[in-house]
Design a protein around this ligand. Structure first.
Ligand SMILES: Cc1ncc(COP(=O)(O)O)c(C=O)c1O
Length: 358
């Protein structure tokens, strides 16, 4: 079996060439390093639907252990992981509570409703992306045949790059459990929260009955997420993974990339957070751009401009070989493994040049 630890070298980080395209759209855009590719090429594989893939099993054990859960299931994406969690926790006609800006509520094509007959209840999140325990309590339906049965609360950490208040998550967990509900945590970027808060993944995941971890965001793997929880939940989740067509065969090839990522690329997230801070502080110096500065931010920076400048600035980015997300109303800049210090300075220079030459 491959030893995934401490294999990373400086060559894992690609440097931004002066005129190369720089991609700030998301931390999902990273490409596997040569070391990660080598590990993937050498991975031991088998048919994972038969339970024969040693690399998948090793990854599942590693991630379950990292987040302090009994078992884990390797799945194709964060969306599939959340969908399987919802299908496993909730029955048809039941309801889950989530935040209105959460990925699970907003960006997953309504999968739980389409495939599971599960209705979402979206609550307004605060400026940090959090929900309050009182809000959740008020949103739980009474035990009355007029209402869908509320079964689950879904939280997210980080939300739009912001580390969530762990005490509040614990309060929501206690409330949910006292009312017979369960808690699912979309921890697509939980490792960013781990690095930024200094709290171990086990502690951040403890209030949740199930947690989903993405390997293909800041951690830099090409594919996959891991859904973690108690063994009986994972056994039922395996059934639902099959139901959504997510059973994979020699998946060890891609799981090995994920295992490499989780073993080598967590601590380096601090670099992404440092660069996001430099970027936010640099943007704050530029007249014409308003930036949200928030102590809980990790690897995302949100900034906005007057509507009159939006389209022109987008064109200016394209002409400068810089890819960004949004612009209406905010631009989102995400730092990741393929963004180095030069890339940050190139972005700041590009924006300054736009406002100076207007
Ligand atoms: C918080 C969060 N959860 C889940 C997902 C879904 O992940 P995937 O794109 O792998 O389906 C994303 C994707 O960006 C996300 O940001």
């Amino acid at each position: 079996m491959v030893n995934y630890q401490n294999m990373r070298s400086e060559s894992d980080v690609s440097m931004a060439e002066p005129n190369s395209i720089i991609d700030f759209r998301s931390d999902t855009v990273t490409r596997p390093s040569s070391k990660m590719r080598a590990v993937m090429a050498d991975a031991e594989v088998g048919d994972d639907v038969y339970g024969d893939d040693a690399s998948v099993k090793a990854l599942e054990e590693t991630v379950a252990d990292l987040v302090g859960k009994e078992a884990a299931l390797y799945v194709s994406s964060g969306t599939q992981s959340n969908l399987i969690a919802l299908l496993t926790h909730c029955g048809r006609g039941e309801e889950y509570i989530g935040g209105d800006i959460y990925h699970i509520s907003h960006y997953e094509a309504g999968g739980a409703a389409v495939l599971g007959g599960i209705s979402p209840k979206h609550l307004p999140t605060d400026s940090n992306g959090g929900l309050k325990v009182e809000q959740v309590e008020a949103a739980i339906n009474p035990d009355d045949f007029h209402f869908a049965k509320t079964r689950l609360v879904c939280l997210e950490n980080t939300v739009n790059g912001m580390v969530q208040n762990q005490e509040e998550i614990c309060r929501i967990s206690e409330l949910a459990h006292s009312k017979g509900l369960l808690l699912h945590l979309d921890g697509a970027r939980l490792m960013n929260a781990v690095v930024a808060s200094g709290k171990p993944a086990k502690e951040l995941a403890a209030p949740a009955d199930s947690v989903s971890i993405c390997l293909s965001k800041g951690l830099g793997a090409p594919v996959g997420s891991v859904l973690c929880g108690p063994q009986d939940f994972i056994d039922r989740a395996r059934y639902n993974r099959k139901l959504v067509g997510g059973g994979m065969r020699q998946a060890g090839i891609i799981a090995a990339g994920g295992h490499y990522a989780i073993s080598n690329n967590i601590e380096r997230l601090a670099e992404d957070h440092r660069r996001a801070k430099i970027l936010a502080e640099g943007l704050a110096q530029i007249e014409g751009i308003a930036v949200e500065i928030n102590d809980d931010q990790t690897n995302m920076v949100f900034a906005s401009v007057e509507p009159v400048n939006q389209q022109a600035l987008i064109t200016h980015f394209i002409n400068s070989a810089i890819l960004v997300d949004g612009g209406d109303p905010s631009f989102r800049f995400v730092t990741h493994m393929d963004i180095d210090d030069n890339a940050i300075h190139r972005l700041l220079d590009t924006i300054s040049a736009y406002f100076n030459n207007k």
